[in-house]
Design a protein around this ligand. Sequence first.
Ligand SMILES: Cc1cc2nc3c(=O)[nH]c(=O)nc-3n(C[C@H](O)[C@H](O)[C@H](O)COP(=O)(O)OP(=O)(O)OC[C@H]3O[C@@H](n4cnc5c(N)ncnc54)[C@H](O)[C@@H]3O)c2cc1C
Length: 492
Amino acid sequence: MKKVVVIGSGFSGLSAACFLAKAGFDVTVLEKNSSPGGRARKFEENGFVFDMGPSWYWMPDTFERYFAHFGAQVSDYYHLKLLDPGFRIYFGEDDFMDIPANQAELKALLESMEPGSAKRYDDFMADAEAKYRIGMQDLVEKPGLSITEFLDIRVLKGLFTMHLHTPFDKFVGRYFTHPRIRQLMEFPVLFLGATAAKTPALYSMMNYAGLKLGTWYPKGGMGMIVAGMKKLAESKGVEFHFNMPVDDIEIVDGHASAVISGTNRFSTDLVVSGADYHHTDRNLLKSTSNYSEEYWTQRVMAPSCLLYYMGIGKRLKGLQHHNLFFDEDLGQHSTEIYDRPQWPTKPLFYVCCPSLTDENVAPAGCENIFMLMPLAAGLEDNEELRARYRTVMLGRLEKLTGEQVTDHITYERSYCIADFQKDYNAYRGNAYGLANTLKQTAILKPRIKNKKLPNFFYTGQLTVPGPGVPPSLISGKLVANQIIKEYPLNCS
Ligand SMILES: Cc1cc2nc3c(=O)[nH]c(=O)nc-3n(C[C@H](O)[C@H](O)[C@H](O)COP(=O)(O)OP(=O)(O)OC[C@H]3O[C@@H](n4cnc5c(N)ncnc54)[C@H](O)[C@@H]3O)c2cc1C
């Protein structure tokens, strides 16, 4: 069996490890932190179980397909609940909109705000669904190594219907005029890495994913996905080493021959790095890196964020599982992330309250929340700045929900740019990887293969297909397929 060392146990590393082990490779995963999941780790404190990163379970079909590759299904590892309402948007004091999971109810809500919008919603979604199908079936599964991957008549035809050159905000404006409906449609863009004016309308597929396929919750939290994937990997023979930060790659005769962590040396035939691409390339590979420091300074990063994980010593009213506080201007906050990077003047933020759905993530009578404020990557981060925005977010949360929260906080922990750098070696402390701009899509993304070392590969949210949990699962599959293609005779 050929040996493969996978660096990092985020979703992409776990996925790559599992596909490679299934194909007959001898796989070892080296993870710098003490637990798996990368940005999707969890921690437990005072009876609260906090998911540290992702909380929106979108595109359930991708997870089903992932487990089906291994003859399993999602329900073998965790149980899903459809959230209804999917989420709440606050526009002001006691002024909010709950987004029903049920399509008839959602359309009735839209129609009540803007006559004719229910029909236009159907048209918008028919287009978004077509993009989702083309995107997920034909585009996302390409390794992005050559333009020829896209020279297929079906793919080319699909590309022409994707509105690659239509700005997202203009596209939404063709269907809806009510500002609240437009905000509903444009909010996913906040995390994609550009303002709605600079994001291609192809990403209306996210609206299909979020509003039509629904917002789900894995009982026990998002950490259950990680635990399930790790269990599956172990059943295929993958070996895990935690607290094992890789600090060097040994190169012999133009090949990566071993992965080094302190005094530990793991000899190997192949390496896949699921650690942040910039860290792998510039800090571990150094002279054999794919890209220069200058290349990286020219990349557009998706946002980082400020997070507060909080245990609340009482039950809260006025919240749903997912809550968007959009009582300030989306355009201004986006500009302060992407065009004039700075700590936001009037931030929008998001509050997750999973204990409303799941009694296992907080002690009885308590609530588990986290507050998340998107922020430009690479900004200064210190305790004073964090505390200032803690006050802003808590003040708005209390005002808009009409409930005292601050005096009932029994546990809290903040997390921001410096933590992303320290814990994940994240370039400029990014949370969501590389921005989804056209110039950073498909073959224009950092490539999955090293140009100088034939046996060194990359996976994860900074390479194809991009950020998010479902794309990270696919990224692991893409790199595994590439290796299986290049080393077919060596698989048993
Ligand atoms: C706060 C937040 C909220 C999010 N919300 C959502 C959401 O709701 N829905 C969604 O779909 N996506 C969401 N995302 C995005 C999603 O979490 C990521 O796209 C995905 O988890 C990235 O996986 P990855 O494997 O590429 O990277 P990572 O998860 O970062 O994994 C990389 C791993 O490599 C390890 N590593 C780094 N350097 C080394 C080294 N030298 N040696 C060994 N190991 C190393 C790291 O410790 C880490 O475990 C969110 C992200 C964040 C941060």
